[in-house]
Ligand binder design. Sequence first.
Ligand code: UDP
Length: 485
Amino acid sequence: MGTDSDTVVSSSYDDLHHSLNVAVLSSPGMGHFIPALLLANRLAAHHRVRVTLFLVATSAAAGRPNLPPHDPLVRILTLPPVDISHLVNPSTQVFTKLCLMVRQALPAVRAAVAAMDPRPDALIATHFAYQALEIAAEFGLPKYVYFPSSAWFTALTAYLPVLDREIAGEYVDQAAALRIPGCKPLRTGDVVQPMMNRKEEQHEDYVRMGKNIPLFDGILCNSWQDLEPETFRAFKENEALKSVVKIPVYPIGPLSLCSHVEPGGSGSELMTWLDRQPSESVVYVSFGSGGVLSADQITELAWGLELSRQRFLWVVRPPADNGGHVDGAFFNMGKAAAGGLELDYLPDGFSARTRDRGVVVPEWAPQVEILKHPGVGGFLSHCGWNSCLESVMSGAPMVAWPLYAEQRMNAAFMAEEAGVAVRVTAEGVVGRWEIEEKVRAVMEGKTMREKAKQLQKSAADGLRRGGASEAAMRSVLARIVGQKM
Ligand code: UDP
């Protein structure tokens, strides 16, 4: 999906891209940092580009899950933790907090870029770090934005300022689905979290993000053509969308931890338990790095799993306090639970009754290692984009249970377009009988599993040496080489 100029500079690319030196800026949150690290690794390992990866750190205690080892050409620089406590109140949403954290980190980013010798040849910022545009302009750097998400969400974000101008009233109250030119229409119940209430600060923040995206030189998207043909075609051919997004969109995905983690590699107690389970018999249950359920919902989920009589591996977190946010663990950055945690919020007798077929892991588990284990046959997921990709790349169909951010869009896509998921009811507490039914549908159904295996193959084809992901990345680097000359 390059431009004509790619052809012109292709010989220079071959000569020059090995000497490229790129700065990648990641916003906080594992869902952003992991794909940024994967991008850095890919640039280094497949294209011999030197990468400095800047991570905006939070002041929250930050544990580290098992991250893949990084290529020697990748240097990770954690910026000094930012303090936004004077800028927020208890109702400030994660979206706004992320924007504020990046803003507060800009002086440190600026100083770090200024100190780089040689200066980077380009800056790639994750979408929440779009504010680094001003730093790219100051240093005269080519600038690219990286959406570690679907092309559909990327299109919505860039098109949002138009929807904001054209639609009166709340999006959720519209009679018809929202139209993004050339793309799957977006049901009003599936809008992303910052679009749910236009009076909230996070909506303004999201519109501002949307307005800035087309100011980059290009968009890198962690998806691939075969997964989202309609949307990638729209970026290239739909005049209404192109009048807003005039820059190229590069389908560089699917970058995922799955390419780096061996199934059962750790030999841990958990993996030993999985080794003993029959092939594709375990449903893995996890709500990502940030998801938290209410006490009532945890009870229903426990009953649903028990009633389904399927084997399960469930990553649980203590319930959200009254009025707590469903994304309450977002800034924990992969923190594992301290030993000996009491799981007293599970129904009485649950552990004893399910001991022969279920395992409960507090807070955090090695998700990719688990998903790639042959014993796992399904994934009950909150549908963060990384989790969706990891599910696809492990060939596991999903029970889609979105909670926040753009997860409703991801769930709709996985269920309706990709055909590899069933969704739980959108509103309120999901009851035990529905959970039982959907878990069984995913674990016992054949069609979805076959579809998941086909998608797994399509993802692997795109990622192979000389495949579509590499070609898209080459186009980006060719542009950068051209911009350098
Ligand atoms: N993850 C993990 N163990 C957990 C929960 C999450 O390793 O217990 C990883 C997961 O594999 C994924 C990332 O954290 O790579 C979560 O990203 P995603 O986009 O799915 O959701 P988010 O956490 O951003 O909502």
